[in-house]
Design a protein around this ligand. Sequence first.
Ligand code: C2E
Ligand code: MG
Ligand code: MG
Length: 659
Amino acid sequence: MSLKKDLKIKKLRRKALLPRILSIIFVDILLISAALFFGVIATLHIFSDALADNYKSCNAVVELVNDNYQIDDDALFKAVTEFERLSAYVEQVYLTDDDFNVINSFDNEEISFQKEFSVKEAKKCLAEDGLFRNELDDYEVMFGDFINFDFSFLNVESFLFKRDMLDSATEAITVPSGWLVLRSSLGNVNVCIKTNYPVYPATYSVLFLMAISIVCVVIFTGIYELKKIVAFIIEQRKVYKLVFTDNVTGGNNKEYFIRKSSKYIKRNPCYVLVQLRLEKYRNYCTAYGVKEGENLLEDLYNALDGALTKKELAAHLEKADFALLLASDTDGKIEERVGSILNTLGNVRQNQHLLFSVGICRVETRHDDVQSLLTAAGLAITKRTESANNIVWFDASMKEEQVWERHIEDDMEKALENHEFKVYLQPKYSTKEEVLSAAEALVRWVHPELGFISPGKFIPIFERNGFILKLDDYMLDEVAKQQAKWREEGKKLVPISVNVSRAHFARYDLAEHICSIVDAYQVPHEFIELELTESAFFDDKTMLLETVKKLKSFGFKVSMDDFGAGYSSLNSLKELPLDIIKLDAEFFRGADDLERSNLIVGDTISLAKKLGMQIVAEGIETREQVDFLAKQNCDLIQGFYFAKPLPINEFEERAYGTN
Ligand code: C2E
Ligand code: MG
Ligand code: MG
């Protein structure tokens, strides 16, 4: 699966999961907020009870002061300290005058109270905090955070307010605690009480209840929603499995293979990737039906799967291709193992002959891309030769070839437009007089970046992709144009042959087509010769015969190129009314058995002569070969001995002595 596809699936999963998770969070937040709300209400209630109790305790202290202040200091001290000891609310008690000078301390602790705020400021502060109620008649309103506050403005009988009346240097206030200044009935005596608000056990209960309800909420929503999420994840898994399951074999598909193998390879690159192809699958389906074909693929997949060991993989790719990720070993051992796998596969249908091709590519590093490895193994398959159960190892040159082919195909159209294809002419010399009597047009590609490219490197590619049709037309056109030019210049023309690829013979009007190209330059047909390669003779014989006959009737000479390179040469001679045969250069290369090949050459020449054909010997490089061919009455010689293929200007110089 492509990275993009993978990301898309992940995104979809996220998208499907996210709303569910968000809804859980939303419900949780709602229920937790409700629990918190009721908790806070309850706590506040408890707290206000505490405040009332606090109020009472402070009142009691003031009563003590009222009752004992003027009677007995000791009694006052005792009463107050005893009260302090017993009360949960009263921590420290001081008596101050109206200017907040300490008159009496019950704790033997040095303390001073400062007055810094004016009444106006105090009221303002209280108002800003929303605590001020007209008369400050309720001490609860003073439960605030005011420091160094001047209370002298309070001219009321009893205590009326409370404050955090902190001196600048007192200890940190423990929450919730604060100072209260309470007016006694004695005049110029105020009771300053450091009060404390102990946390009620009920508060703990409320907090505990709150925590319990929050936990319950989370567990409830968790269980309720989790069930839904688990069901959803299971459903997702099923979909995921479906995405990675091959719909023909029910096993792993290509996406799964790529994904899983990438993981295995990343952990340990000791693997080989094998691509296995059942040959003639279409044929099988035609004979036994598509359903049976698919059954066969399923059985093959199961057989492959059964042949795997731990941490190996098999998958059906497409059509009749399978992929295997096998543990690495020596080349020989791997081939042995693949051989035995092929045997197992062969036994899947005992009475039917199944033929397989195998491409193997070695994993080099843990970063190898599985898709590229598959392409490489697939490429190796295409290089197999025609033998049973062929196993081909991928090597880098195959890839180079592939890349080269890509470059060639990308550039060919532009090259034709830009006249990058050049006509070279290789002279053919008469054997007896040794004069230039004919020539063959051979193409050369002068590529702007790659330079000079010989035909062997691009003609086979053009033959495969059909571009050869355009190139041959171009060559014929160029040759006809050149002949016309020389004719106009009054030069004595020699026949020039052009190569006609076998692909042309698919068109029924080939002869007319050739005629029209040549006639555009009004070149007499006898000066144009058409070389058909022997491979053309394997195609539709009737069409070929028709075309050859027509070409001859139009006055063109037709020759058979590379005679002797294939098998059916003699047969072809019998069937086709050819004018010329060109003996393949290979006849003259086999130095091993010179006598034997000379015998064959001699006999072929005399046979062709008897059939009224002209003989051209190709690839002649030595004097001895020339002498031998002269003795055998060969008509023309083409080869490096006389000349290599020449650019037009050099050929012109050689043929006509001009430039
Ligand atoms: P071919 O038509 O049989 O051309 C003869 C090949 O033999 C040429 O190779 C030529 O350079 C080479 N040759 C000639 N004499 C000698 C010699 O003495 N020694 C050696 N070693 N080689 C010799 P080239 O030009 O590389 O062409 C290769 C093949 O490419 C041609 O074989 C022909 O089949 C094909 N070809 C070339 N041009 C065209 C074209 O325009 N159209 C088509 N369809 N095929 C072409
Ligand atoms: Mg040729
Ligand atoms: Mg040839």
